[in-house]
Design a protein around this ligand. Structure first.
Ligand SMILES: [Zn+2]
Ligand SMILES: [Zn+2]
Length: 350
C-alpha cells in the first residue's frame, strides 16, 4: 500500500476536507499515476451529495484525470514512467461480455468498475469502493489508462476524459461530418466541447441554448448558427432541419418539440439525464422516421481516438483552474451554471 492526499466529503451535506487515502500496491498490470489535474463533472456533485443514492463516505469524486506515470507494474507494456496519461469514468470491466469484447466497456453487462464510488475488493481499494481523481495519485490497470498526446495541455485535456468522449462517441456513431446538420442543445461543460468536436469533424453546427448569452463563445468554438430556445420562433424556423441533435441538458425539456426539428431519418441523442420520464407523442417519431436514442460516455479505444483527434485539431476544454480548497465554491457555481466552461482542480495545491 501507498498513501496519497485526497479531498473527500464525509456526508451528503459535508464540505470537502483533505484526507489521506491508501492506494494499492502495484500489480503486474497496474500503473501508478501522479495526478496533475482533475476536472469537476456534474456527476461528481450528484454523487458527493448522494442525489443518485448509494453514495459511500468518505467520498472522493473525480473521473476527469490527467497526469504523469510515476511507476508501472512488471508486465505493463502500454505505458512508461513519465508518460502523459489520462483516466476517465471507468477503471476496469469484465473484459469478456459482448460489449467489452466490442470495445464498448461502458456498457459492460456485469457493470464496469467506475472510477469512484463503485464497490470493489479491499485488495483493489482498501476502503471497499473506488476513490477518484481529487487526489495526488491513483493506481489503475493499464488497459484503462489512455495516452494524452503532446500538443494538448494536461489541464485542458482532463475534462475531455468524460465530457469530451461523451460528445465524441455519439458524433462518431451517428456519422457527424461534412453535409450533416448537427445541433447541440446546451452550451455548458459538455456542450461547448461538442461544438468544437462536431465543427472539427466538418459538420454544420448549430447551438440551441436557452439564451444568446454565450453566442460569441459558440461562434469562436466553431458553431455556424446559434439560436435561443426561449424564443418560440426558433422551433418554427428549424422544423425538419437536423440530421443529429445531441441533448446535453439534464433539466426537463419539452423533448417532443425538439424531435420535430429532425429531418427524415434524423436522430435525437440523450446525453444529459433528467430524473423525470420524457413526454413523447408517438406520431412525432413515426413521422419522418425519426429516432430517439441515448449514449453514455465511450469505450477506452474510442477515448484514445478522441484524444488523438483533439490533439490533431487543437481542441481542449475551456477551463477555470482552481485550488483544492475551492471545490465547495466551484460546486455551487456549477449548480448555478456559472462556469465557462469546466472547473479543473490543480492537485499541486493538495
Ligand atoms: Zn463526468
Ligand atoms: Zn464486460
Amino acid at each position: 500500500m501507498s498513501t496519497a492526499a485526497a479531498y473527500a466529503v464525509s456526508a451528503p451535506d459535508g464540505r470537502f476536507e483533505k484526507v489521506t487515502i491508501e492506494r494499492r500496491e502495484l500489480g503486474p498490470h497496474d500503473v501508478l499515476i501522479d495526478i496533475k489535474y482533475a476536472g469537476i463533472c456534474h456527476s461528481d456533485i450528484h454523487t458527493a451529495r448522494d442525489e443518485w443514492g448509494g453514495a459511500k463516505y468518505p467520498c472522493v469524486p473525480g473521473h476527469e484525470i490527467a497526469g504523469l506515470v510515476a511507476a508501472v507494474g512488471s508486465a505493463v507494456t502500454r505505458h512508461r514512467v513519465g508518460d502523459r496519461v489520462g483516466v476517465g469514468c471507468m477503471v476496469d470491466s469484465c473484459g469478456e461480455c459482448e460489449p467489452c469484447v466490442a470495445g464498448e466497456e461502458q456498457y459492460c453487462i456485469p457493470g464496469a468498475t467506475m472510477t469512484y464510488n463503485t464497490p470493489v475488493a479491499p485488495e483493489i481499494q482498501a476502503d471497499g469502493y473506488t476513490m477518484g481523481g481529487y487526489s495526488t495519485q491513483i493506481v489503475v490497470t493499464e488497459n484503462f489508462v489512455v495516452s494524452i498526446p503532446e500538443g494538448i495541455g494536461l489541464d485542458v485535456a482532463a475534462p475531455l476524459l468524460c465530457a469530451g468522449v461523451t460528445l465524441f462517441s455519439p458524433l462518431r456513431h451517428w456519422n457527424a461530418g461534412p453535409g450533416k446538420r448537427v445541433a447541440i442543445i446546451g452550451m455548458g461543460g459538455l456542450g461547448h466541447v461538442g461544438v468544437k468536436i462536431a465543427s472539427a469533424m466538418g459538420a454544420e453546427v448549430t447551438v440551441l441554448s436557452h439564451s444568446l448569452s454565450k453566442q460569441e463563445d459558440g461562434t469562436k468554438f466553431g458553431a455556424h448558427h446559434y439560436y435561443a430556445t426561449s424564443d418560440r420562433q426558433t422551433f418554427r424556423d428549424l422544423r425538419n432541419h437536423f440530421d443529429l441533435i445531441l441533448n446535453t441538458v439534464s433539466a426537463d425539456l419539452p423533448i417532443d418539440s425538439y424531435l420535430k426539428l429532425l429531418r427524415l431519418d434524423g436522430t435525437l441523442v440523450i446525453l444529459g439525464l433528467p430524473e423525470n420520464p420524457l413526454q413523447i407523442k408517438p406520431f412525432t417519431v413515426a413521422g419522418y422516421r425519426r429516432s430517439l436514442a441515448g449514449s453514455m460516455i465511450g469505450g477506452i479505444a474510442q477515448t484514445q481516438e478522441m484524444l488523438n483527434f483533439c490533439a490533431e485539431h487543437g481542441i481542449g476544454a475551456e477551463i477555470e483552474t482552481i485550488s483544492a480548497d475551492q471545490i465547495d465554491g466551484a460546486y455551487e457555481r456549477v449548480v448555478a451554471s456559472d462556469v465557462r466552461y469546466r472547473f479543473v482542480i490543480d492537485t499541486a495545491t493538495m
